[in-house]
Design a protein around this ligand. Structure first.
Ligand SMILES: Nc1nc2c(c(=O)[nH]1)N[C@H]1C(S)=C(S)[C@@H](COP(=O)(O)OP(=O)(O)OC[C@H]3O[C@@H](n4cnc5c(=O)[nH]c(N)nc54)[C@H](O)[C@@H]3O)O[C@H]1N2
Ligand SMILES: Nc1nc2c(c(=O)[nH]1)N[C@H]1C(S)=C(S)[C@@H](COP(=O)(O)OP(=O)(O)OC[C@H]3O[C@@H](n4cnc5c(=O)[nH]c(N)nc54)[C@H](O)[C@@H]3O)O[C@H]1N2
Ligand code: SF4
Ligand SMILES: [Mo]
Length: 691
């Protein structure tokens, strides 16, 4: 039998976008192996990447549209029937209540082409302002802080391979040993300073582990800046030449003397001093943040406080040093550039900017004043569903909010209150199962497109296999709906290459400029990081070497102040709960819970708890615990962890039904970014069965 050639592509999951080679096999399933030559993973893959092809042939793969019948059952139907029905009901709702009666919820896993066309579909075909996406739950705090400080938001303004030469790397609330395992090969040389309430696999490898109480990083970062100032470690020449606003930021930090920081965070003064000495003493140093520092009602200010520290030490834009945040989802970077955000148009343009509206409307061939204004952020959008002023219909592409949204019990009620819920997915996710119409779409290995990884590098996703019969691409679905809503078909092309060509024009001159990037250049093997304004331009692997993106070229310090989390432990809820990830599962688990190897590694919801805390609650290893907050309660299997703080429990959010960690989390939001407080709430823990 002739050998089928392997197809070079990338893992479907996280923002590392590890390079892979996919070997098509009989029956549609495929074997995968790491590309030996992709610099980001250098031959490594995590267990999720190795097993990703399993989801392509999962037994419950969606292969036909489903429509809920009068008896409440989802029944198979044809594409024309399903799309006609959706378009007809959307039109009726729009006629009755206006265009904002229809909402759209996107995702950071969508390709650039899908994210772009989804934003255009909302603004042009539906005319709604009510579009946002799950990246609001992920990168919004870091993005807001990055835009304010540097004038542009690219998670890592340098290639990940630069980290390999660092002497010291501070990781604030990131656990890449579990969340991006192949990244660890670039962190092997550096001394790591890890800030995490848990002694994670990453913290195990650290030179210094600071273990603050959840929600106190802002005080910690202010304290580190304080020490840098009083110990004369500030790079005054850099601060004078390249920044603005230092004095106001320094004044705030002066109130955070080390003993006060120890009192608030629980981190001993000696460790604070050691952290600053390590960072300031390094020739090449990086400050990186993850969701642990950012997913708070003060996440933007916290990220800004870590930026302040990096600026004071002269790191951003210095060769071999820098500041960055580790973007999470596969296309978490590109997904926040092309217009699926409530306040944004393609090219990272703002929807309130008249010049941006003119430019994008010109590319779209519509009048600028026909474009709606900014809509609601992701949580506010979900919270408004089915209310008198809120959307009556929601279209979901690439998210599973019934599991992953904060205060998920309430969000599930809002979803149920809709007149029409439409979900495009390839598996019956928990959200899809509650929908009125389910549209079955292709997966990564069955479609073409581009993704932008955590270092701003644009990558090609390639089709290696035919999709199952009956399945359409997201782009085909959007085109089918747009045409039924009265749009010309060529305004909503379904060929990814055509969509990308339009995206290039729409992004031209914007903050995230893709004008010079083409499928041909990418297919020829060029490494292209945006901005790339022209065909002859080599792309920009390293930003800020000469200037920051503000008009005066200077980075901005932010004068930020610590504040408490929305909820503190006490009374009926004496413990902190924090949430995050386990190595075996991805996000809401919709994909990875369908992979037997991964389910064997982590079969059910669990809670990490200190043995002393467990004993006081009457819980042993392996017992089923009920964890309760003011919102609701979750059931999870006890894992005793002797290195955890005694005042804190940890739950992963990958599990469905009564195992959802988000039944506990609150609706507190960051006022600047709309980021939910996933990382802090107050809980009680008790044996399951206790009334
Ligand atoms: N296995 C796996 N990998 C993934 C994903 C996945 O779902 N599973 N998702 C991808 C995505 S979208 C993302 S966003 C990234 C996220 O990657 P990370 O940011 O590394 O992941 P998290 O586990 O959410 O949070 C990191 C750490 O923050 C700590 N933490 C909790 N509260 C606090 C706090 O108040 N302060 C500090 N300093 N730390 C705190 C947690 O203990 C946790 O170890 O991972 C990506 N990779
Ligand atoms: N408690 C707590 N909650 C959290 C977090 C936390 O740390 N703690 N982290 C938050 C973060 S950082 C994130 S990123 C969110 C993520 O949470 P979700 O938004 O729920 O992300 P996924 O589970 O990846 O959901 C993606 C869904 O879309 C489908 N899908 C994947 N690719 C495509 C595609 O190309 N097209 C279509 N149509 N469908 C597709 C998948 O099958 C899956 O059902 O969760 C947030 N929720
Ligand atoms: S680290 Fe991320 S991109 Fe790499 S194999 Fe694992 S999930 Fe895939
Ligand atoms: Mo994320």
């Amino acid at each position: 039998m002739p050998e089928v050639p392997e197809v070079p592509t990338h893992c479907p999951y996280c923002a590392l976008q590890c390079g892979t080679r996919l070997a098509p096999r009989d029956g549609g399933a495929a074997g995968v192996r790491p590309s030996p030559d992709f610099p980001v993973n250098q031959g490594g893959l995590c267990q999720k990447g190795w097993t990703a092809p399993t989801v392509l042939t999962t037994p419950d793969r969606l292969t036909t549209p489903l429509v809920r019948d009068a008896a409440g059952t989802l029944v198979p139907t044809g594409w024309d029937t399903a799309l006609d029905l959706v378009a007809e009901r959307l039109r009726a709702l729009r006629d009755a209540y206006g265009p904002d009666a229809v909402g759209v919820f996107g995702g950071g896993g969508l390709t650039n082409e899908k994210a772009y066309l989804l934003g255009k579909f909302a603004r042009v075909a539906l005319g709604t302002s009510q579009i946002d996406y799950n990246g609001r739950f992920c990168m919004s705090s870091a993005a807001t802080a990055g835009n304010a400080a540097f004038g542009v938001d690219r998670g890592l303004p340098f290639p990940v391979t630069d980290l390999g030469d660092a002497d010291v790397i501070l990781l604030a609330g990131a656990n890449p040993a579990d969340t991006m395992p192949p990244l660890m090969r670039h962190l092997g040389r550096a001394a790591l300073v890890v800030i995490d309430p848990r002694r994670t696999a990453t913290a195990e490898r650290a030179a210094l582990h600071l273990q603050p109480a959840p929600g106190t990083d802002l005080a910690l970062a202010l304290g580190l800046l304080h020490l840098a100032v009083v110990e004369g470690l500030v790079d005054t020449a850099y601060v004078a030449a390249r920044t603005a606003g230092f004095d106001a930021a320094r004044q705030r930090a002066m109130a955070w003397w080390p003993e006060r920081v120890e009192r608030v965070t629980g981190v001993p003064v000696a460790e604070l001093r050691e952290a600053v000495a390590l960072l300031a003493g390094a020739g090449r140093a990086y400050v990186l943040t993850g969701r642990g520092a950012e997913q708070h009602s003060k996440g933007t200010d916290t990220a800004a406080a870590f930026v302040n520290l990096a600026l004071a030490l002269g790191l951003p834009g210095r060769p071999g040093s820098g500041y960055g945040c580790l973007t999470g989802q596969g296309n978490g970077q590109g997904g926040r550039e092309h217009g699926q955000k409530a306040d944004q148009l393609p090219g990272y343009r703002m929807i309130t900017d008249p010049a941006a509206r003119e430019h994008v409307a010109g590319v779209w061939g519509v009048p600028a004043d026909s474009l709606p204004g900014p809509g609601r952020g992701a949580y506010e959008l979900l919270d408004a569903l089915g209310t008198p002023d809120g959307p009556k219909a929601l279209l979901v592409f690439g998210s599973n909010p019934a599991v992953s949204a904060p205060r998920a019990g309430h969000v599930s009620e809002r979803l149920a209150a809709l007149d029409l819920l439409v979900v495009a997915d390839f598996v019956p996710s928990e959200t899809a199962r509650t929908a009125d119409v389910v549209l079955p779409v292709t997966q990564w290995a069955e479609e073409e497109g581009t993704m932008t990884n955590l270092e701003g590098r644009v990558l090609r996703r390639r089709r290696a296999l035919p999709p199952p019969t009956g399945v359409r691409t997201d782009l085909e679905v959007l085109q089918g709906l747009a045409v039924r809503l009265g749009q010309p078909a060529d305004r909503f092309p379904s060929a990814p290459r055509t969509v990308f060509e339009e995206l290039r024009r729409a992004s031209r001159g914007g903050r995230a400029d893709y004008a010079g990037i083409s499928y041909d250049r990418l297919d020829a093997g060029e490494a292209l990081h945006w901005p790339c304004p022209a065909e002859e331009h080599p792309g920009t692997p390293r930003l800020f070497l000469d200037r920051f993106a503000h008009p005066d070229g200077r980075a901005r310090f932010a004068a930020v102040e610590h504040r408490d989390a929305a909820e503190s432990p006490g009374g009926r809820f004496p413990l902190y709960a924090t949430t995050g990830r386990s190595p075996a599962h991805y996000q809401s688990g919709a994909q990875t819970r369908r992979v037997p190897e991964l389910t064997a590694a982590a079969p059910e919801a669990y809670v990490e708890i200190h043995p002393d805390t467990a004993r006081r609650a009457g819980l042993d290893e392996g017992a089923l615990a009920r964890i309760s907050s003011a919102r609701g309660s979750t059931l999870a299997r006890v894992r005793l962890v002797g290195t955890l703080r005694t005042d804190t429990v940890f739950l992963p959010f990958h599990f469905p039904a009564e195992g959802r960690a988000n039944l506990l989390t609150s609706d507190a939001l960051d006022p600047r970014s709309g980021m939910p407080e996933f990382k802090v709430c107050a809980v009680r823990v008790e044996p399951c069965g206790t009334p």
